[in-house]
Design a protein around this ligand. Structure first.
Ligand code: CP
Ligand code: NVA
Length: 303
């Protein structure tokens, strides 16, 4: 394992499969109520520059289940990159804690945090990517399907941090990934080029949602305006109308297709109540799995 967990692209297929194996083991132990204090005496600093429910709760609870301790540092506490330089925070926290999890705006800041930290850093979302989410997502797909063979994943919506992490995953695990976004809202060009160079998966970018969901095993969506884009929300709502995941669109996917969303969802915008609450939805399994995969990542990083 490498020292940090900043992007899925930093991990090999074998390393990802090892994370899935450990996740399954830790999930079983958790369900059976078997003690697994693999991080006894260890502490994790959790820096949040943006709000969170799942990331905070799953990391904090997961660290507790591992016998360790997690400190929540809110957007008002540290002022990373504003009140204090990123590299100074990295060096200070490294003196107190065994591992850092950070949710930041600027991806360059998480890279800098990792560069100057002497302890492992986990990326809990930046404007560029959200690797823990997509590891939890693909683990959830694996649980539901039993394997990841001949998988077609269609992501409908904004070419954002979540979409970029899907593309990074496709650079490592073979799949047919379709990203379907309105013109001007496509995912990061460099990330797409990188994934295509790896020649592991087929990665397509399409504009038409109906064509995109055809034969899809998984239809995935996320908010149209991410954290930090609140001022663009009204404009985006107009641009993205055609990209709503609703019952009508789902009629064009496979009859056994599952629906996923990283949450929080804006019900009635990118996804309808009928779909998110319906029988195809596996969104709460994926939310639960955030905790199990992150525990595996923490254990791997702390050795
Ligand atoms: N999916 C996710 O990361 O949720 P939070 O923003 O609530 O942490
Ligand atoms: N794209 C969303 C994901 C939230 C988990 C955001 O960045 O707000």
């Amino acid at each position: 394992m490498k020292r940090h967990f900043l992007s899925i692209a930093d991990y090999s297929r074998k390393e990802l499969e090892e994370i899935f194996e450990l996740t399954a083991e830790l999930k079983t132990k958790t369900k059976k109520g078997e003690k697994h204090h693999l991080c006894a005496g260890k502490s994790m600093a959790m820096i949040f520059a943006k709000p969170s429910a799942r990331t905070r709760i799953s990391f904090e609870t997961g660290m507790y289940q591992l016998g360790g301790y997690a400190l929540y540092l809110s957007p008002n506490d540290i002022g990373i990159g504003k009140r204090e330089a990123v590299k100074d925070i990295a060096r200070v926290i490294s003196r107190y804690n065994d591992i850092i999890m950070a949710r930041l705006f600027d991806h360059a800041h998480i890279l800098e945090l990792a560069e100057y930290s002497s302890v492992p850093v986990i990326n809990g979302l930046t404007d560029y990517n959200h690797p823990c989410q997509i590891i939890a997502d693909i683990f959830t797909v694996l649980e539901h399907r039993g394997n990841l063979n001949n998988l077609k994943i269609t992501y409908i919506g904004d070419g954002n941090n979540v979409a970029n992490s899907w593309i990074n995953l496709a650079a490592r695990l073979p799949m047919h990934l379709v990203i379907c976004s309105p013109s001007g809202y496509e995912p990061d060009e460099k990330t797409l080029a990188f994934a295509r160079e790896q020649n592991v998966s087929t990665v397509e970018v399409l504009g038409d949602p109906i064509a995109a969901v055809k034969d899809a095993d998984i239809v995935y969506t996320d908010v149209w305006a991410s954290m930090g884009q609140e001022e663009e929300a009204a404009e985006r709502r107009k641009v993205f109308q055609r990209y709503q995941v609703n019952e009508e669109l789902m009629r064009h996917a496979r009859s056994d297709a599952k629906v996923m969303h990283c949450l929080p969802a804006h019900r009635g915008d990118e996804i309808t109540d009928g779909v998110i609450d319906g029988p195809r939805s596996i969104v709460f399994d994926e939310a639960e799995n955030r905790m199990h995969v992150q525990k595996a990542i923490i254990v791997k990083l702390l050795g």
